[in-house]
Write a new protein. Structure first.
Lengths: 113, 112
C-alpha cells in the first residue's frame, strides 16, 4: 500500500537495551523526519534526512542514531534505551517540490521500563 | 527557522468560525507559514501554507498580515471533528535545510 508506515506500533523494552524503530515510505520523498512527542507536549525533531546517506541533527538528537541507506527507509535506533526515552515517536516524509507537505506515520509508542 | 507564538488553548462553538492566531515576528523573507493539526494520538496533518498572500483551500483560510509578523488560520464552520492541536510553523521553502520544527501549538476545543 502507498504511504508511510512505522513499525512496530507498540514496543516495551528494558533500560539499556538497543531498540530500532522502522519507518518506510513508498513515495520516494527526499526528506524524512523523526519526532518524539511526550505526554502533553508538542513534537520535537530528533533527526532528519535530506536524501539517502544525508542526515542531520534536530532539536533532541542525543541518545539516538539514524541511517538512511535507501530513500524509502529511515530507521531510528536507541543504542541504550533510557526511561526518559519513553515517548511516542512519529516519522514523516516530504518531497522537495510542490507545497512541501509532510506526511506522518501513525506513530510508535515506546515504553522503556 | 523563525520561532512562533500561539495561545495554548481556545474554545469555539460548533458551526462558528474558529480564528487561530500566530505570531512570527522574526520571520525572514524566504520563510513560509505552514499550519498543521494533530487530532488526538494521530500524526499531524497538513492544512495550508502561504508566503504573503492570503490563501484558501477546502479546509481553511490563511490570513497573513502585510508585515508578515503574524497570521491567522480560519476554520469557517468549525465542527466537533476539528477539535485538535493546531501548529503554526515557519519554514524555508526548498532551502538546503528543510527542517520542520513544531512549537507547542493551540488546543482548539469545539463545543457543541
Amino acid at each position: 500500500d502507498a504511504g508511510i508506515t512505522q513499525s512496530p506500533r507498540y514496543k516495551i523494552t528494558e533500560t539499556g537495551r538497543q531498540v530500532t524503530l522502522m519507518c518506510h515510505q513508498t513515495w520516494s520523498h527526499s526528506y524524512m523526519f523523526w519526532y518524539r512527542q511526550d505526554l502533553g507536549h508538542g513534537l520535537r525533531l530528533i533527526y532528519y534526512s535530506a536524501a539517502a546517506d544525508i542526515t542531520d541533527k534536530g532539536e533532541v538528537p542525543d541518545g539516538y542514531v539514524v541511517s538512511r541507506s535507501k530513500t524509502e527507509n529511515f530507521p531510528l535506533t536507541l543504542e541504550s534505551a533510557t526511561r526518559s526515552q519513553t515517548s511516542v515517536y512519529f516519522c514523516a516524509s516530504s518531497d522537495t517540490g510542490g507545497n512541501l507537505e509532510a506526511f506522518f506515520g501513525q506513530g510508535t509508542r515506546l515504553t522503556v521500563v | 527557522d523563525a520561532k512562533t507564538t500561539q495561545p495554548p488553548s481556545m474554545d469555539c462553538a460548533e458551526g462558528r468560525a474558529a480564528n487561530l492566531p500566530c505570531n512570527h515576528s522574526t520571520i525572514s523573507g524566504n520563510e513560509y507559514v505552514y499550519w498543521y493539526r494533530q487530532i488526538h494520538s494521530q500524526g499531524p496533518q497538513y492544512i495550508i501554507h502561504g508566503l504573503k498572500n492570503n490563501e484558501t483551500n477546502e479546509m481553511a483560510s490563511l490570513i497573513i498580515t502585510e508585515d508578515r509578523k503574524s497570521s491567522t488560520l480560519i476554520l469557517p464552520h468549525a465542527t466537533l471533528r476539528d477539535t485538535a492541536v493546531y501548529y503554526c510553523i515557519v519554514r524555508i521553502y526548498g532551502g538546503a535545510t528543510n527542517k520542520l520544527i513544531f512549537g507547542t501549538g493551540t488546543l482548539l476545543a469545539v463545543q457543541p
